[in-house]
Write a protein that binds this ligand. Sequence first.
Ligand SMILES: [Zn+2]
Length: 424
Amino acid sequence: MNTQNSRKELEQSQLKRLGEMLQAVLPANEFYRKKFSANKFSDIASKELLKSLPFTTKSELVENQALYPPFGTDLTFPRERYIRIHQTSGTTGKPMYWLDTEKSWEWWADCWKVIFDAAGVRPDDRVFFAFSFGPFIGFWAGWEGARKLGAMAVSGGGQSTPQRLKTIIDYGATVLVCTPTYALHMASEARKAGKDLAKESAIKITIHAGEPGASIPSTKRMIEESWGAKCYDHAGATEVGAFGFQCQSQSAAIHVNESEFIAEVLDPNVGAPVGEGEQGELVITNLGRIGSPVIRYRTGDLVQPSYQPCPCGRPFLLLQGGVLGRVDDMVIVRGVNVFPSAIENVMREFPEIEEFRVEVFEKESMKEIRIVLEPCSDQSSTGVLAEQVSQHMRERIGLRPQVELVAPGTLPRFELKAKRFFKL
Ligand SMILES: [Zn+2]
């Protein structure tokens, strides 16, 4: 089957699923019934119908939960049908709650099975989750996905970093699931304790989410070298599901699982689709979470679509460079468009840098960037490092930022989503 044919079949199957979902959702789900009350629906879902539907935004969902506490009205079934509750990480304001039915929770797990399969995880693998297993949905669904695959899931909940490292080595874990930042943090702690994880751990595959890191070339390289493993990116969100995964043919792009999600990439200002190779906002409709769906949801994620065939044979859309960042994170400094991920790519070229923080501030009504660096404890010539970083930034991004060094241990560490980018 060539990619064009299979894309056509894929689209037909997506529209069929969309039609079935709308039939279930429209009469019973108050949020979408109200929202789509002015829309006309025919028996057959079409591309035109999808395009006619208004977008769903995060602020709308947050407002809905505030108006109808605690769970809002994006619920298709009576409350007793729901078996799981999670919440967003709350990195931007009040957390949002999200309920799943038995069926939609199974769907989440199946989406994670796709992520594991694509990365080459097999039933005889032991998957370690360096995750707190608190109310944030994070890797809870990954935990279920490992079970679906038949692999052994090992929880790192309630453990400190040294305990997690010991468990990984003692249990012979072969797959690591965590944020990219935390993978690097564990590697750095191991190094300080005189351990070489590439040699002493059996980890051969790492799977990451929560931040763009695993698709940032130098971050990815650093993780792979520290763990002696192959690093895979994945993308998802509490309100959307696990929509993106990396196959073994790609090292700097992720697929959207279009069997379960309809993806549109739109110009955030005008709402029209962007062309191949252009950047736009990812808008997602999930097809298997009937109990609490999102339809044409503006993720706020900036992506660059490609429909080129992938050597893996999957007809799915590719997002070049993974999720590039948040649409509203881009800053223009002296005429240069700067993304946090581009700065991270430069920082991770320096193994001497343990942690960093980027501050954007205004000086005489011009935007400026300051980079605060925390070197590894064994770093002696810090002045040289600051100068090198500043020079690399100029070569790569075209800006020469202020670089400030702080003592080891000064900057915060992150287990979940890292926050390193600040607009002051
Ligand atoms: Zn592929």
